[in-house]
Write a protein that binds this ligand. Structure first.
Ligand code: ZN
Length: 181
């Protein structure tokens, strides 16, 4: 067992990308936070573009199937679903593989609303969901200059995982943290 663990890489990197179209009359959720806006993000589940990109980055880091394979948009079960469900499943797979999240870095690209006033709340919430400190979540928001993407939100995320020596102990700790939320 120990030999198997030692053969695993010390760190792993994951990358996730997602995009959703704005639609009127639905709530806007980004990073697990509901933002006041006249439009929300349509499509898969609650349309949380940032949580979807983080989920795919986590899954990619441990070479697991991607979010669309695990939670097919065609399955009515996931319509309007809370995207934290996807993120928790990805995290479970990361921990199951014996890794923990070291840090993530995200870029959000959208014309409106302005993310600046909400950035701190989004980082804190995302960090809570990932079981890391808020200073381990980087978040940049950019407007889509020259991209003709006025009615879409795009997220790019990279995640770094660290190998843990005692995966069982880590899983216990994470469960406890999650309960406190
Ligand atoms: Zn998505």
């Amino acid at each position: 067992m120990a030999t198997t663990h030692d053969q695993r890489p010390t760190t792993r990197i994951g990358y996730g990308f997602d995009s959703h179209e704005f639609q009127p009359g639905i709530p806007l959720k980004i990073g697990g936070i509901t933002l006041i806006h006249d439009k929300g993000l349509g499509g898969h589940s609650d349309g949380d573009v940032l949580l979807h990109a983080i989920t795919d980055a986590l899954l990619g880091a441990v070479a697991a199937p991607d979010i669309g394979a695990l939670f097919p948009p065609s399955d009515p079960k996931w319509k309007g679903a809370d995207s934290t469900v996807f993120l928790r499943e990805a995290l479970k797979r990361v921990h199951g593989a014996g890794y923990a999240v070291a840090n993530i870095d995200a870029s959000l690209i959208l014309a409106a609303p302005k993310i600046g006033p909400h950035a701190a709340a989004i980082r804190v919430r995302t960090a809570q969901l990932l079981g890391v400190r808020a200073d381990c979540v980087g978040l940049k928001a950019k407007t889509p200059e020259g991209l003709n993407l006025e009615n879409a939100a795009v997220a790019h995320v990279v995640v770094l995982l660290e190998k843990r020596r005692n995966p069982k102990k880590l899983r216990k700790k994470t469960r406890k943290k999650t309960k406190r939320l």
